[in-house]
Ligand binder design. Structure first.
Ligand code: DC
Length: 220
Protein backbone atom coordinates (compact mmCIF):
# COMPACT_ATOMS: atom_id res chain seq x y z
CA UNK A 1 0.00 0.00 0.00
CA UNK A 2 1.14 3.57 -0.67
CA UNK A 3 1.49 5.71 2.45
CA UNK A 4 2.35 9.41 2.37
CA UNK A 5 2.57 11.06 5.80
CA UNK A 6 2.25 14.84 6.08
CA UNK A 7 2.83 16.34 9.51
CA UNK A 8 3.36 19.84 10.80
CA UNK A 9 1.95 22.58 13.02
CA UNK A 10 -1.55 24.05 12.75
CA UNK A 11 -2.08 26.34 9.77
CA UNK A 12 0.96 25.21 7.75
CA UNK A 13 -1.34 24.26 4.88
CA UNK A 14 -1.33 20.50 5.48
CA UNK A 15 -4.96 19.80 4.69
CA UNK A 16 -5.19 21.86 1.48
CA UNK A 17 -1.86 20.56 0.20
CA UNK A 18 -2.62 16.96 1.19
CA UNK A 19 -6.02 17.11 -0.48
CA UNK A 20 -4.65 18.37 -3.81
CA UNK A 21 -1.68 15.98 -3.67
CA UNK A 22 -4.00 13.03 -3.03
CA UNK A 23 -6.21 14.12 -5.95
CA UNK A 24 -3.22 14.37 -8.30
CA UNK A 25 -1.87 10.98 -7.29
CA UNK A 26 -5.30 9.28 -7.07
CA UNK A 27 -4.82 8.42 -3.42
CA UNK A 28 -7.28 8.73 -0.54
CA UNK A 29 -6.85 11.84 1.59
CA UNK A 30 -7.25 11.29 5.33
CA UNK A 31 -7.46 14.31 7.66
CA UNK A 32 -6.74 12.92 11.13
CA UNK A 33 -7.16 16.31 12.82
CA UNK A 34 -10.86 16.07 11.91
CA UNK A 35 -11.11 12.93 14.06
CA UNK A 36 -9.71 14.72 17.13
CA UNK A 37 -12.01 17.65 16.37
CA UNK A 38 -15.09 15.38 16.18
CA UNK A 39 -14.23 13.82 19.56
CA UNK A 40 -13.80 17.33 21.00
CA UNK A 41 -17.17 18.32 19.50
CA UNK A 42 -18.75 15.39 21.37
CA UNK A 43 -17.44 16.62 24.74
CA UNK A 44 -18.35 20.26 24.14
CA UNK A 45 -21.85 19.57 22.84
CA UNK A 46 -22.57 17.22 25.74
CA UNK A 47 -21.18 19.66 28.33
CA UNK A 48 -18.55 17.18 29.47
CA UNK A 49 -15.45 18.59 31.16
CA UNK A 50 -12.82 17.62 28.58
CA UNK A 51 -10.00 18.93 30.78
CA UNK A 52 -10.76 16.22 33.34
CA UNK A 53 -9.14 12.94 32.27
CA UNK A 54 -11.42 10.82 34.41
CA UNK A 55 -14.59 12.21 32.90
CA UNK A 56 -13.13 11.94 29.38
CA UNK A 57 -12.21 8.30 29.91
CA UNK A 58 -15.68 7.55 31.28
CA UNK A 59 -17.36 8.58 28.01
CA UNK A 60 -14.91 7.14 25.46
CA UNK A 61 -16.97 4.01 24.80
CA UNK A 62 -19.94 6.21 23.84
CA UNK A 63 -18.02 7.80 20.97
CA UNK A 64 -18.06 6.34 17.48
CA UNK A 65 -16.02 8.10 14.79
CA UNK A 66 -16.35 7.14 11.13
CA UNK A 67 -15.00 8.56 7.88
CA UNK A 68 -16.75 8.38 4.53
CA UNK A 69 -15.66 9.83 1.22
CA UNK A 70 -18.48 11.35 -0.81
CA UNK A 71 -17.49 12.61 -4.29
CA UNK A 72 -13.87 12.61 -3.15
CA UNK A 73 -14.58 14.76 -0.08
CA UNK A 74 -13.98 13.43 3.42
CA UNK A 75 -17.00 13.51 5.69
CA UNK A 76 -16.66 12.81 9.38
CA UNK A 77 -19.41 11.17 11.39
CA UNK A 78 -19.86 11.31 15.14
CA UNK A 79 -22.24 8.62 16.36
CA UNK A 80 -23.85 8.47 12.93
CA UNK A 81 -24.19 12.26 12.43
CA UNK A 82 -22.21 14.17 9.81
CA UNK A 83 -20.27 16.83 11.78
CA UNK A 84 -17.86 17.84 8.98
CA UNK A 85 -18.87 21.52 9.14
CA UNK A 86 -19.54 21.81 12.87
CA UNK A 87 -15.96 20.89 13.85
CA UNK A 88 -14.42 23.94 12.11
CA UNK A 89 -14.91 26.56 14.81
CA UNK A 90 -12.39 28.50 16.89
CA UNK A 91 -14.02 27.02 20.02
CA UNK A 92 -13.10 23.51 18.84
CA UNK A 93 -9.65 24.66 17.66
CA UNK A 94 -8.94 25.98 21.15
CA UNK A 95 -10.13 22.87 22.98
CA UNK A 96 -8.83 20.13 20.68
CA UNK A 97 -5.18 20.17 21.80
CA UNK A 98 -6.29 19.39 25.34
CA UNK A 99 -8.42 16.45 24.18
CA UNK A 100 -5.61 15.23 21.90
CA UNK A 101 -3.37 14.69 24.95
CA UNK A 102 -5.58 11.88 26.23
CA UNK A 103 -3.97 8.47 25.77
CA UNK A 104 -7.18 6.45 25.42
CA UNK A 105 -8.52 8.80 22.76
CA UNK A 106 -5.25 8.62 20.83
CA UNK A 107 -5.35 4.81 20.99
CA UNK A 108 -8.92 4.69 19.74
CA UNK A 109 -8.17 6.98 16.79
CA UNK A 110 -4.85 5.26 16.05
CA UNK A 111 -6.71 1.99 15.45
CA UNK A 112 -9.06 3.68 12.98
CA UNK A 113 -6.19 5.47 11.19
CA UNK A 114 -4.09 2.33 10.78
CA UNK A 115 -7.06 0.31 9.59
CA UNK A 116 -7.81 2.87 6.85
CA UNK A 117 -4.15 2.88 5.73
CA UNK A 118 -4.13 -0.91 5.61
CA UNK A 119 -7.06 -0.95 3.20
CA UNK A 120 -6.29 2.11 1.04
CA UNK A 121 -3.45 4.02 -0.61
CA UNK A 122 -3.37 7.20 1.46
CA UNK A 123 -2.09 10.69 1.98
CA UNK A 124 -2.62 11.16 5.71
CA UNK A 125 -2.09 14.44 7.50
CA UNK A 126 -1.73 15.13 11.21
CA UNK A 127 0.93 15.62 13.86
CA UNK A 128 2.23 12.10 14.54
CA UNK A 129 1.64 10.28 11.24
CA UNK A 130 5.31 9.86 10.31
CA UNK A 131 6.49 9.20 13.86
CA UNK A 132 3.71 7.02 15.23
CA UNK A 133 0.71 6.17 13.04
CA UNK A 134 2.57 5.13 9.86
CA UNK A 135 6.24 4.78 10.85
CA UNK A 136 6.99 2.87 7.62
CA UNK A 137 5.39 5.39 5.26
CA UNK A 138 7.28 5.53 1.96
CA UNK A 139 7.25 9.33 1.94
CA UNK A 140 7.17 11.61 4.98
CA UNK A 141 6.84 15.37 4.77
CA UNK A 142 7.20 17.81 7.66
CA UNK A 143 5.43 20.95 6.50
CA UNK A 144 6.27 24.16 8.36
CA UNK A 145 5.68 27.93 8.01
CA UNK A 146 6.33 30.89 10.32
CA UNK A 147 3.66 31.31 13.00
CA UNK A 148 2.82 34.83 11.72
CA UNK A 149 2.24 33.53 8.19
CA UNK A 150 0.11 30.67 9.54
CA UNK A 151 -1.99 33.14 11.56
CA UNK A 152 -2.44 35.32 8.44
CA UNK A 153 -3.64 32.31 6.43
CA UNK A 154 -6.10 31.20 9.12
CA UNK A 155 -7.40 34.77 9.42
CA UNK A 156 -8.00 35.02 5.67
CA UNK A 157 -9.65 31.59 5.62
CA UNK A 158 -12.15 32.57 8.34
CA UNK A 159 -12.94 35.90 6.65
CA UNK A 160 -13.50 34.10 3.33
CA UNK A 161 -15.99 31.85 5.08
CA UNK A 162 -17.85 34.92 6.34
CA UNK A 163 -16.79 34.40 9.95
CA UNK A 164 -15.54 37.08 12.33
CA UNK A 165 -11.81 36.83 12.94
CA UNK A 166 -9.23 38.57 15.10
CA UNK A 167 -5.63 38.19 13.87
CA UNK A 168 -4.02 38.73 17.29
CA UNK A 169 -6.31 36.20 18.94
CA UNK A 170 -5.57 33.65 16.19
CA UNK A 171 -1.82 34.23 16.62
CA UNK A 172 -2.01 33.68 20.40
CA UNK A 173 -4.13 30.53 19.94
CA UNK A 174 -1.77 29.11 17.31
CA UNK A 175 1.25 29.63 19.56
CA UNK A 176 -0.57 27.96 22.44
CA UNK A 177 -1.62 25.05 20.24
CA UNK A 178 1.94 24.59 18.88
CA UNK A 179 3.22 24.52 22.44
CA UNK A 180 0.60 21.97 23.56
CA UNK A 181 1.04 19.77 20.49
CA UNK A 182 4.85 19.76 20.75
CA UNK A 183 5.19 19.22 24.48
CA UNK A 184 2.56 16.56 25.17
CA UNK A 185 3.83 13.24 26.47
CA UNK A 186 2.19 10.92 23.95
CA UNK A 187 2.89 11.22 20.22
CA UNK A 188 3.93 14.91 20.23
CA UNK A 189 4.29 16.95 17.07
CA UNK A 190 7.82 16.10 15.96
CA UNK A 191 9.65 15.65 12.69
CA UNK A 192 10.33 11.98 11.94
CA UNK A 193 14.05 11.30 11.35
CA UNK A 194 13.37 10.33 7.75
CA UNK A 195 10.92 13.16 7.00
CA UNK A 196 11.66 15.89 4.46
CA UNK A 197 11.13 19.44 5.73
CA UNK A 198 9.26 21.83 3.45
CA UNK A 199 8.99 25.45 4.61
CA UNK A 200 5.94 26.92 2.90
CA UNK A 201 6.25 30.46 4.37
CA UNK A 202 7.23 31.98 1.03
CA UNK A 203 5.95 29.27 -1.29
CA UNK A 204 2.72 29.00 -3.21
CA UNK A 205 0.44 26.07 -2.59
CA UNK A 206 1.05 24.84 -6.14
CA UNK A 207 4.80 24.84 -5.64
CA UNK A 208 4.56 22.75 -2.45
CA UNK A 209 2.21 20.27 -4.15
CA UNK A 210 4.59 20.00 -7.09
CA UNK A 211 7.51 19.16 -4.79
CA UNK A 212 5.53 16.44 -2.99
CA UNK A 213 4.10 14.94 -6.19
CA UNK A 214 7.58 14.83 -7.73
CA UNK A 215 8.97 13.11 -4.62
CA UNK A 216 6.07 10.62 -4.64
CA UNK A 217 6.56 9.80 -8.32
CA UNK A 218 10.24 9.13 -7.63
CA UNK A 219 9.49 6.83 -4.73
CA UNK A 220 6.39 4.87 -5.69
O1 DC B 1 -4.98 19.65 11.92
P1 DC B 1 -6.02 20.21 12.89
O2 DC B 1 -5.77 21.63 13.29
O3 DC B 1 -7.42 20.01 12.42
O4 DC B 1 -5.83 19.31 14.19
C1 DC B 1 -6.58 19.55 15.34
C2 DC B 1 -5.81 19.13 16.59
O5 DC B 1 -5.76 17.71 16.67
C3 DC B 1 -4.38 19.61 16.72
O6 DC B 1 -4.27 20.74 17.55
C4 DC B 1 -3.64 18.47 17.35
C5 DC B 1 -4.52 17.29 17.19
N1 DC B 1 -3.98 16.25 16.31
C6 DC B 1 -3.13 15.33 16.85
O7 DC B 1 -2.82 15.42 18.03
N2 DC B 1 -2.68 14.31 16.09
C7 DC B 1 -3.01 14.20 14.80
N3 DC B 1 -2.55 13.18 14.08
C8 DC B 1 -3.85 15.17 14.21
C9 DC B 1 -4.31 16.20 14.99
Amino acid sequence: MIEIAIDGPAGAGKSTISKITAGNLKLLYIDTGAMFRAVTFYFISNNIDYENEESVNKYIDDICIELKHINGIQHIYLNGNDVTKEIRTEEISKAVSVVAKNQKIREMLLDIQRKIAKENNVVMDGRDIGTCVLPNAGLKIFLVASVEERARRRYKQLVRRGKTADYDEILVNLKKRDEQDMTREIAPLKKANDAIIIDSTNMTLEKVVKIIVTLANERF
